[in-house]
Design a protein around this ligand. Structure first.
Ligand SMILES: Nc1ncnc2c1ncn2[C@@H]1O[C@H](COP(=O)(O)OP(=O)(O)OP(=O)(O)O)[C@@H](O)[C@H]1O
Length: 247
């Protein structure tokens, strides 16, 4: 539990004239294996930028990021990305493809083009269907994702991230725009992946109550800096001055 899986040391992005500051400003943080961490902060605080930096999608001008003790660099990125799955804001599904086809897209990075020329290998299909089954989407496997509800789409996106068997799952606002029931299903799914499969979860959230319910630790960002790193149960009183972080 105490093993560090992601570490940021003095991470800084380039100075942005429009913001009069770097998006990330001397960020230091650690994510430990098996944790469920909520990234919180007001709009524009830098949450998504920090989350994306954990998989090398943010250009960092200073400082270091290590994942599983591997320093992030262009040469190490493929190895790092094999172990870290990402759930993008809005899910990022291909709407005209079925749920199972979207999940299979998660295998594109590990399959050579010739291996998918005539369709994905049977074992990939079996795994994709098994994941959809585990996430309660068995009956929807062959349905176009455009016809699924928001919560179902988000679970397809989770299955797509899981097909590469990541040890860490990063989720950028996974419940934004979902109704209460769908949001609960998605958060319960992330909680189950964390508690039953030991997957480390780092998720951007806007709701302090949901963070307190699901996460063990919160990192709160303000103007590109981490202003709080600690337990979730006190968040409401701790951040009363900025009220709810909800959009
Ligand atoms: N590529 C970019 N070029 C210029 N500005 C950017 C870029 N990416 C992000 N920003 C700006 O940096 C700030 C932080 O963006 P980021 O998306 O990380 O914030 P956030 O905390 O996730 O916000 P939200 O809650 O609104 O999603 C914002 O003001 C955003 O407009």
């Amino acid at each position: 539990m105490n093993e560090t899986v992601i570490e940021c040391r003095d991470v800084e992005t380039a100075f942005l004239k429009s913001l009069h500051r770097p998006i990330l400003n001397q960020v230091n943080c650690q994510i430990r294996r098996g944790e469920f961490v909520a990234l919180l902060g007001l709009n524009g605080a830098g949450k998504s930028t920090l989350l994306r930096s954990f998989v090398g999608l943010t250009q960092v001008s200073r400082g270091t990021i290590t994942v599983d003790n591997i320093p992030m660099a262009s040469t190490t990125l493929p190895k790092i990305r094999r172990n870290v799955g990402m759930l993008f804001q809005g899910g990022g599904l291909i709407r005209q493809l079925s749920a199972v086809e979207n999940v299979l897209c998660g295998r594109l990075g590990v399959r050579k083009p010739w291996q998918t020329l005539f369709g994905f290998p049977k074992q990939d299909y079996r795994l994709a269907l098994q994941l959809l089954d585990e996430l309660g989407l068995h009956e929807h496997a062959y349905q176009k994702t455009s016809s699924l509800s928001g919560g179902q789409q988000q679970r397809v996106a989770i299955a797509r991230a899981l097909i590469q068997s990541p040890q860490v799952l990063l989720a950028d606002e996974p419940i934004t725009g979902l109704d209460v029931m769908a949001a609960k299903q998605v958060m319960d799914t992330l909680a189950k992946l964390n508690s039953e499969h030991g997957i480390t979860i780092v998720t951007v959230l806007h709701d302090l109550g949901i963070a307190a319910e699901y996460a063990q630790r919160a990192l709160v960002l303000d103007a590109g800096r981490i202003v709080y790193d600690g337990a979730c149960h006190n968040l409401q009183s701790e951040f009363a001055q900025i009220g709810s972080l909800s959009k």
